[in-house]
Design a protein around this ligand. Structure first.
Ligand code: AMP
Ligand code: ZN
Length: 110
């Protein structure tokens, strides 16, 4: 999708610190990390949010990517977050899963 920063990262039109790639997903370090490890996993295809995701193959690919990324990084304990919609904290409208690790996390989240 035009003017979508994460589509540009997935298409390698702008640089990012890629840590993982497969057929349907890429993962890269968050620009503004909220924990010692903060990685974003995204589908290569544009979905504005989880609400628009309608492809079971991509759903499965995203969780597989989370498992591959964490295994590759040697992370066994981590927080995964999907913010859906502005009130939930979504600021980039290309579906992404946050992987956060390296510090304790509170529950419930703020
Ligand atoms: P969210 O608030 O859930 O939509 O998360 C968006 C995340 O994308 C934030 O944690 C930002 O720091 C991160 N972000 C925005 N632009 C970039 C970028 N160009 N490269 C890496 N991370 C980004
Ligand atoms: Zn996009």
């Amino acid at each position: 999708m035009e003017d979508c920063i994460f589509c540009k990262i997935a298409n390698k039109e702008i640089p990012s610190n890629l840590v993982y790639e497969d057929e349907n997903t890429v993962a890269f370090n968050d620009l503004n990390p909220q924990a010692p490890t903060h990685i974003l996993v995204i589908p290569k295809k544009h979905y504005a949010s989880l609400n628009e995701l309608d492809n079971e193959k991509v759903m499965s690919a995203l969780l597989t990517a989370v498992k591959n990324v964490t295994r590759k990084a040697g992370i066994k304990e981590y927080r995964t977050v999907i913010n859906t919609g502005e009130s939930a904290g979504q600021t980039v409208f290309h579906l992404h899963i946050h992987i956060l690790a390296g510090r304790p996390f509170k529950w419930p989240p703020g």
